[in-house]
Write a protein that binds this ligand. Sequence first.
Ligand code: UDP
Ligand code: MG
Length: 227
Amino acid sequence: MPPLEDNPALPAPNRTQPLFSPGTSKDQALVIFVLGGPGAGKGTQCANVVRDYGFKHLSAGDLLREEQDRPGSEFGELIRSYIKEGQIVPMEVTIQLLENAMNAEISKTQNRKFLIDGFPRKMDQALKFEEAVVPSKFTLFLDCDDQTMHERLIDRGKTSGRADDNEESIKKRFRTFVEQSRPVVEHFEKEDRVVKVDATTSKEEVYKRVQEHFEKEGLCFYYGDAK
Ligand code: UDP
Ligand code: MG
């Protein structure tokens, strides 16, 4: 029997080796992180990339909301209060949800290409995910000013039904972004692993820039395989 810490069935935070190596073959996974402040347009741009490049979109926020609403979830209440307060849910929960979703996609469709949207938003998550699940290929950072993001969120709040698209939660989410998530972007920047795109213009304009980078990174090479 292998030593306990080498057991891939262990929950991610206890693993000392990544579950996957980067790539699209067996035992591999290709992960791109998509970061940006609340309302920067992560979900919108991810939908474009999924359509054109065959990635699976995994939104950490959506996975958390799904778990929150799952009958019998032991984390429901905890997730609800963190989201309302614009705080980051303890990483063990989020990393496990992401890993489960990746495994489910791979066994269902054999697709091993993932856009992970809105994660990692805190240093501990960033380090642990890359150490225990898979090192990312790069981080797409959608760069947007506060005023534009604020306007978009208030607009979205009219129809989104999200408990955190209101003035008070938005304020807290902005603070969390500046204090906890921006350091993650800076960390990856220091390692030269960030692709930064100006996200203040129209959806179409932003997507053009995104596409340029995906082509440059050679991701058109992956186009069409395993979707
Ligand atoms: N969240 C979290 N950990 C994550 C991602 C999201 O705790 O890794 C929580 C956090 O409270 C955040 C909320 O989920 O404010 C909503 O995240 P989402 O990505 O849906 O918001 P968006 O950035 O799209 O506005
Ligand atoms: Mg989103």
